[in-house]
Design a protein around this ligand. Structure first.
Ligand code: SF4
Length: 209
């Protein structure tokens, strides 16, 4: 008999989506363990290693329990890099319970078409993503780190359709990064790049997880 599917998981918690176009919506987060990258600005480094191998059924039970405290229509699979594991059984099980599923990914693995919303966040130094994301990403998030340049933003803008917004997200909401985001936005506007917006990590403003 095949073993029930499991996923290496760091934490499951209810909060409000603080990033991207879904900002402000109650959401249950499933943070999966492991990542293939090592970004210098990573604020979820605890998810790089470890985690507990949890049965998918147990994850769904936890999501349902948390949703009773904070009614949420959405579950966000994040990390680490959630697409480094096979998330299909979890997405199917969450859909059966009536949830919508968002995936936050660095874009280096193939996209998962079962997801209802894909947020792709290309990472330095090359900002490359799997070509499958070009049409599937609902939004693109760029962390405004020390090395982000207008040329990199231009390259990402060229990769994705004009209708896909690119959000400039200040690193840890820091003042230097907010200033830099504004400079990049001005430069983008001056050079005719459209669909680029300022963003902020709303959950940190509100003191949430
Ligand atoms: S891709 Fe995301 S989780 Fe992985 S190291 Fe970079 S910021 Fe951290």
């Amino acid at each position: 008999m095949p073993r029930p599917p499991t996923l290496k998981t760091t934490e499951i918690f209810a909060s409000v989506q603080g990033e991207g176009l879904r900002q402000g919506e109650p959401t249950v987060f499933v943070r999966l363990a492991g990542c293939n990258l090592r970004c210098g600005f990573c604020d979820t480094g605890k998810a790089w290693q470890g985690g507990r191998e949890l049965p998918v059924a147990r994850i769904v039970d936890d999501v349902l329990r948390l949703q009773r405290g904070l009614p949420a229509a959405w579950v966000c699979l994040t990390g680490g890099e959630p697409l480094a594991q096979d998330v299909r059984p979890l997405i199917d099980a969450l859909h059966e319970e009536g949830f919508l599923v968002q995936i936050e990914t660095n874009g280096t693995f193939p996209p998962e078409p079962r997801a209802d919303w894909i947020t792709v966040s290309p990472k330095p130094p090359d900002y490359d993503v799997h070509p499958g994301f070009v049409k599937r990403a609902r939004e693109v998030k760029l962390v405004v780190c020390r090395t982000l340049t207008l040329d990199a933003v231009r390259a990402v803008r060229t990769t994705f359709p004009a209708a896909t917004p690119i959000l400039l997200q200040p690193q840890s909401n820091a003042a230097w990064s907010r200033k830099k985001a504004m400079r990049i936005l001005e430069g983008a506007c001056r050079s005719g790049l459209g669909g680029i917006r300022l963003s902020v990590q709303l959950h940190k403003v509100y003191g949430l997880r």
